[in-house]
Every structure is written in C-alpha cells, then in structure tokens.
Design a protein around this ligand. Structure first.
Ligand SMILES: [Zn+2]
Length: 365
C-alpha cells in the first residue's frame, strides 16, 4: 500500500502541475501572447495526466511499470549450478543422450557408434557444444535436427561448421527460406508428419502436431532413453515466457501442452530454463493454463464496458476497448495471484502478458 500512496501523491502533484500549466496557457491566450500552430497541435497530441488506478488494481506491477525487485525464484525451479570455468552444464540423459545448457537455454546431442546427432544449436551454446561432445565422444557431428526455425534455438548451426545432414519440418524450411539468415543453414531433409532417424543402434522419432508455438515446431522423442523434447511450450517450474511463449496459435499451444502430458516418457526437455521436467511439471502447466482461461473468461463475462472512461474519448473505439481490456486483465491477475504467485517462478514477471493474451484469444478465437 505504501507505494500506491506514493503514486497517488505523484498523480495529485502532476495534476496540480497540469492545472497550473492550463491556467498559464489560458492567461497567455487572453493576454494576446502569440500562440503558434505548432504549440496548439502539440497540445492536441498530448494525453491527459495519469488518472487514478483502476478499482481493485492488482499489487503485481502492470506492464511498463518498473519495480524494485521481482518475487524470489523457488528453489524447486532452479537447476544444478553451472561450473563458471566451463560456462555450461552437461546432463547425462542415459544411453548416449545428453542435454547441454547454460541454465537459460537447452539443446541435446545423441552419440552413436560413428557420429553425433545435435538437436538444436542455440546461439548462446554454439561455442560450448563441441566441448561438451568432446567430454564423452571423439566422433564427428553427422546430423543436426532443428526443433523449429527460431534463431535463439538454431542460430548457432552455421558456427558448428562441417556439412552435417540437417533435418527439420517442411514448414521450418519455408520459414528459413524467408528469413534468409546465413547463421541458420537450410534443412537438407524435411518431412510433413513423421520422420524416424536410425543412426547405428540409436533412434529418434520426430513428429508434427500442428501449429502452436509456430508452424513447424516438432516433438522429438528418444524412445530408448524415454526422453521427450518439445521446445518453447512447457517451462518446468516456471511461468511460460510472455504471451504463452509468443504462441502463434494459443488454442493449438494449449493442445500441445495437454498432448505432452498424455505421452509416455520419463524426462522432458523444454529448450529453456535451468532443469529438465517431469510429468508433475507438465501437470502444473496444464492446471495453470486452465486457470488462466477460466479467470479471463470470468473477467470478460463480469466486466462492464466503458466504466470510468472519460466521456470525451467515447468516439475512440481503441480507447474504449483499452479501458475494458485493462480492467479484464486486472481482474484476471487478481484471480490468479493467490494460488500461482508462490508456485511458479516468474509469475509476477509475465502474468499480465498471459492475461492480456488469454482475453484476446477468448474474444476472437
Ligand atoms: Zn521459438
């Protein structure tokens, strides 16, 4: 409450300043001081001074407001420490499969008798992946698999060198042709629905489940190791990145999370955050997705249009909806905060983003 009282004081002060400015301007006009066209146009293009916060404004700071400190990251959301001398961590997932991470982004590699298959080459890990491979194998990289087209996950592919076979979904090829980024070489093998890679005694099963995060984002299963990798969909222990990790199709994204929960595996690799995931982590995210949907649905149904809108803005439909959607999002954040703020790392960082994108998808999709 302390900071809010301070806000009120600041708002009151800024109002006082703007009132006295208005008085000065009125006085200027009536004393025939020349007022240029530029000055009056400038006034028309200024917003009014900030108003009072919406009623029942959440204590979680809204987007665009700087705060002193975010909520603590629960210990259960953290991963094993990174050796600062190495800069990365190698996690043995069993049977020749490994995860490489800097505790922010993740990739994998699979060792077989005559080579190594690398799955995603994040820009930030490109320099570490050859070192990580050298810890366990002296075989060359023969294949790269792209989980999807985004540069943060495959932008280090060129830097690995050599001429590996690059396998990806056909939509990833389409997007990479458009992006024309020399750091992300085009796939040499593509598929539409399913692709099974046999190398030596090792097997990887790739499959496509439609658009969620973006077209071409695939599921990568290592059946012998009982590992599933799906990137940018489930974030073990964490709130998803903003706007459901920038999902291009939110209903499709929600379906992917549920599908991951139904599949048979022991270890989940999500491509981000510090640690691998379990079925319990996926269940938490399914529960969160359902709660955001229910909270936004309830807020949409119970929020009245136009309440508190300045009557001079009533012919501005964008302003009209901004006022409505802000109040819907605020109610959604309030509904979610008691249960989820202690449960998910980064809840306070992105909950407003999730509520804004949820109300939007519920209204139009
Ligand atoms: Zn992505």
């Amino acid at each position: 409450m302390g900071s809010r009282s301070v806000n009120r004081v600041l708002i009151t002060k800024s109002r006082a300043v703007s009132l006295s400015l208005t008085a000065v301007m009125v006085a200027a006009i009536y004393s025939f001081t020349p007022v240029t066209r530029g000055q009056s146009a400038h006034r028309a293009n200024e917003q009014g001074s900030p108003g009072d916060p919406y009623p029942n404004m959440p204590l979680i700071a809204p987007i665009g407001v700087r705060i002193g400190k975010y909520m603590d990251v629960p210990a259960s959301s953290q991963g094993a420490a990174i050796d600062p001398a190495k800069g990365y961590r190698l996690q043995n997932l069993g049977n020749g499969l490994y995860m490489v991470t800097d505790n922010a982004i993740q990739s994998m590699f699979l060792v077989y008798d005559r080579g190594v298959v690398v799955i995603d080459v994040p820009q930030n890990l490109a320099a570490y992946i050859p070192q990580a491979i050298a810890e366990v194998s002296d075989q060359p990289i023969t294949h790269i698999i792209y989980s999807h087209s985004h540069a943060d996950h495959i932008g280090g592919a060129k830097a690995l060198g050599g001429h590996p076979t690059i396998i990806a979904h056909e939509e990833t090829l389409r997007l990479l042709k458009r992006d024309a980024d020399p750091n992300r070489p085009l796939p040499t093998v593509t598929f539409a629905d399913k692709y099974t890679l046999h190398v030596g005694q090792q097997v990887l099963e790739l499959s496509y489940h439609g658009n969620g995060h973006e077209p071409g984002n695939i599921f990568i299963s290592a059946p012998a190791q009982r590992v599933l990798m799906v990137v940018d969909v489930v974030f073990p222990g964490w709130m998803p990145w903003r706007r459901f990790a920038l999902a291009q199709d939110i209903p499709g994204y929600f379906a992917h999370v549920e599908e991951i929960g139904k599949m048979d595996w022991d270890t989940f690799v999500g491509g981000h955050v510090a640690r691998t995931g379990t079925h319990a982590d996926v269940d938490v995210q399914i529960d969160f997705d359902r709660d955001v949907k229910a909270a936004a649905k309830m807020a949409l149904a119970t929020t009245e249009f136009g309440v508190g809108l300045n009557p001079v803005d009533k012919e501005n439909p964008w302003a009209f909806f901004d006022n409505y959607i802000d109040r819907v999002a605020a109610q959604c954040v309030n509904t979610l905060t008691p249960k989820w703020s202690p449960k998910l790392a980064g809840f306070d960082v992105y909950v407003w983003d999730q509520c804004y994108s949820m109300e939007q998808t519920l209204r139009i999709e």
